[in-house]
Structures are given as C-alpha cells and as structure tokens.
Design a protein around this ligand. Sequence first.
Ligand code: HEC
Ligand code: HEC
Length: 463
Amino acid sequence: MKNLIWCFVLIAFTSLLVQCKADEQNDEIANLVDDPDVIGNRPGGGNNGGNNNGGGNNNGGNNGGGNNNGGGNNNGGGNNNGGNNNGGNNNDGGAIEANLLDDRGLPLNIVSPADNPITAAKIELGRLLFWDPVLSGELDVSCATCHHPDLGYADGRRLPIGVGGVGLGLGRIDGVNDDIGLVQRNSPTIVNTAFNGITEQGNVNPNQAPMFWDNRANSLETQALLPLHSFEEMRGHAFGEEETLAVIVARLEAIADYQNRFQAVFGGNNPITDENIGRAIAAFERSIIANNSPFDRYARGDENALTQQQIQGLNRFDAVGCDDCHSGPMFSDYDLHVLGVPESPLLDFIDAGANDDFEFRTPTLRNLNTTGPYFHNGVAGDLTAVLNFYRTIQGNGGNGPGNLDRNPNVAPNQIDQDARNLNLNNNDVQAIVAFLQSLNDETFDRQIPVSVPSGLPVGGNID
Ligand code: HEC
Ligand code: HEC
C-alpha cells in the first residue's frame, strides 16, 4: 500500500474522471503541468482537504479537513470553476483516507486569480518570457539569470549581479567598466511562490500574495513587472524607468511568435500589454511547485517519511518557538519582523528594510537546500550559522556562540519579542537542521526552453 497511491484527476473541460496510479517516488509529481487540464493537481497520496479552498475561485469548501479529495481539485484548464462548484464531484471514488500527522502539508492544488486562470499555453508563454533577455534593457538578463532551475530557481549567491554580468550563480562576474552594482538583496526562489501568503488554515489569496523581503508588492502578476524597471536587475542604461514597459511591449510586438502566442492566450486586438505580460509570467511561476517533500508525505500520513531525528527536530522547532513566525504550510507567517541581521559587507549603505525599521519578512523554510546563502542579504552561509544567530539574539541579545553578530544599528529591545523569547539550546541545532532538510522537494519543473522567440541567448549572458 505504501508504494501505491490512487488518485483521481478531475479534468476541467471534459469533466472526465480519470483514475491514475502513482508510486511514492513518482515522476509524475515532477511534471504537474504535462497535461494542460490538470494543472495544479499533484498526486501524492492522501491530502490536505482543509487546505484547498483559498482565494476567490474554488471548490466551494467541500473538501473536508484531512480527508482525501481524490486529488480532484482543479484550478486547471483555464476554466477555474468560474463560480461553478466542482467540489461535489470530488469526494467519491473510494480514495484512501489520509491519516494526518501534521496540518502543515502543502495543498495539492494551486489557486489563481479569477482574471488569470492558468492554462498550458499561458504557462508556456510565461516560461518563454521568463527566459527571454528581450525583457531587459541591454538584452543581457532574463528572470532566469537570478531564478535558475539548476539553482533551485534562486541564484546561489549572497547578492545577485544583474545587468552587465556574465555567467551563472557563483560563477557570475560583473561586467568590465560597469557602473552597475550588485542587487541589494538575496534572490529568493520562485518555487512555491504560488503559495505566498498562505494562512495556517491553508488558504491562499493570489491577489494579495505578499512579495519581496519587505512585502512591498502583492501578487505574482504585479511583482513580475517590477524587475523590468529595476536599474540593477534588468533595465540598465538602455532607457529611463518610465519608458520601460512601452519599450518592452514594442519589442514583443515586433516578434511574430510572441504576437501569435499572446493572441492565442489572451485574444483581443492588442493582446501584448503590460498586464498580460505579468499574467503570463505569473501563471508560469504558479506552475513551479514542490509540495511533496518528506515532510509533506509525513503530514499526509506517512509516518516513515521522517527520520526519528527529524521528528525530534520538528518537535523542538515548535517547542522553542520557531513556529511563532515560521507558521503554516510554507513555514512563514508572511509578516515583517525585526531580527537585527547584520548588514552585508558587500554593500556600502545600510539596508533598513521595511518601514525603515529593519523589518524583513519571515522567509519560507521550504527548499533551503537550494536557496542559500540565507537572510535578506545572504550573510548566513549555512543553516548552522542561521541557528547560531538565533542563539545570539535570544534572551537579551547578549553574546551567543554565533559567528554573526547582531546588527549594531538595531537596539536589542527593538528585536522582535518572539525572537528574544526563543529557547534554543546547543543540542537543538542539529535536530532542527535535520528537520529543515525534510522540507526539501527538488522535483519541481526544471524545463529550460531550447530557444526563445527573440532569438537571443536563452536566459541571457549566463554561459
Ligand atoms: C538580477 C537578479 C534578478 C532578476 C534578473 C530577477 N530577479 Fe526576481 N528577485 C531578485 C531579488 C534580489 C529579489 C528580492 C528583492 C527584494 O526583496 O527586495 C527577487 C524577488 C522576486 C520574487 C519575490 C519572491 C518572494 O517570495 O517574495 C519573485 C516572484 C521574482 N523575483 C520573480 C522574478 C521575475 C518574474 C523576474 C523577471 C521578470 C525576476 N524575478 C528577475 C533577483 C532577480
Ligand atoms: C520573530 C519571528 C521569527 C522567529 C521566532 C524565528 N524566525 Fe527565522 N526568520 C525570521 C525572519 C524575519 C527572517 C529573515 C530575517 C532577515 O533576513 O533579515 C528569518 C530567517 C530564517 C532563516 C533563513 C531562511 C532564508 O531563506 O534566508 C531560517 C533558516 C530560519 N529563519 C529558521 C528559524 C528557526 C529554526 C527558528 C527557531 C529557532 C526561527 N527561524 C525563529 C523570523 C523568525
């Protein structure tokens, strides 16, 4: 039984109920978007009934807590239930009931905004835009330059090099005679950003999903256009910030392949608009999901998915108070907190975060294997350094064994109470780090397009 999990996939357009079989290692899980009509459904055994009903458009709350929905949730096929309640169709079929061991498993389905339903063609268009340096001022940087699948859709660097750089990840070097500096914050991953803002109950509101280390934007659609404007990230000297979108739209309009694809996906007379660029990229990002980590399997009832040490680490994680901020299925409350992480030695200014108050958002703890170095500026090289920093700031912010010191610009009493109240012992570090490993799932979609419609190098100057 362990290796045999039955799931039901409800196909949106046809309402066809297809029964499928998947084993635990399951390659299908890696490719949730192979079938245009089942986007968002991931087989994987049991599931999070209660987690599926976030946002405006879904299954009418029919999926009872902890029971298997038969995988039948579908946001897929561009036909996001549009007010129709599919919920009733999903719960029969005799699927196995999962025995929930933890309520923090990720949902099996994703929620899109009502005005941006996800379709296979839209995802493909978004993927091409994501990889096409035609979106950058000097035609040398794409989103994938800093969010590359080989690097967990981050870049593995403390701080990114955008415009003018050459190479990928740690091997990327700044351009010669280039006055464009480093990007001031660490690249977060785009894996699972479909779930940004998820509540402890598992609800997602894609229109409000918080973005960036300081939560300064909401929704993937809005976020996607912002890097294009950024001088260091993508724009460079090619044009002024106000002209950004007009130039990019004109460039895309001059490429027949983009014209055809935008037309097919969005229709209308002028389908290539700022808004539709954002929508296509957002739909692509929503398809990059990793919700089948050992922890998720454990949460859905597989007791053997975690080692004893990981279970011990999970218990200590909750007991010492990490879960005050790292809560819910993404292990983030998506709120801002002051920890007083030290400034980056690579920058010559102070990054005072949100509200000029050194507040930064609680990051997700998923997929940490591929998203280091850590903290908003990458100053922590590994997880032990992160945990030792918590030992430094807990209590009265006195001297801990950490190799990172508190930020001298942040007074000890400015540090968030929940961080000062942590109760972390030296003995906890190893077990908690082991538990954090169980939150890794590297089976996300890693496809790299063979070419992009502009004909420019795929991904920018990353070779
Ligand atoms: C030069 C590197 C670079 C490029 C190019 C780049 N990004 Fe980012 N991205 C970053 C950094 C750094 C941040 C965090 C910035 C901050 O928080 O202030 C970020 C944040 C994000 C986030 C927010 C994630 C979260 O959980 O809050 C998303 C989504 C994202 N980028 C998508 C994109 C898309 C889409 C593109 C292309 C249109 C792109 N990025 C181009 C470096 C880059
Ligand atoms: C007061 C809220 C709070 C508590 C309590 C807390 N964290 Fe954090 N955590 C944060 C914030 C905020 C950041 C980002 C800080 C920054 O980058 O400046 C963070 C960053 C991290 C990171 C780095 C992740 C990354 O991608 O950069 C890890 C790992 C982490 N925390 C683990 C833990 C563990 C383990 C505990 C318990 C010992 C814990 N946290 C307790 C709020 C909290």
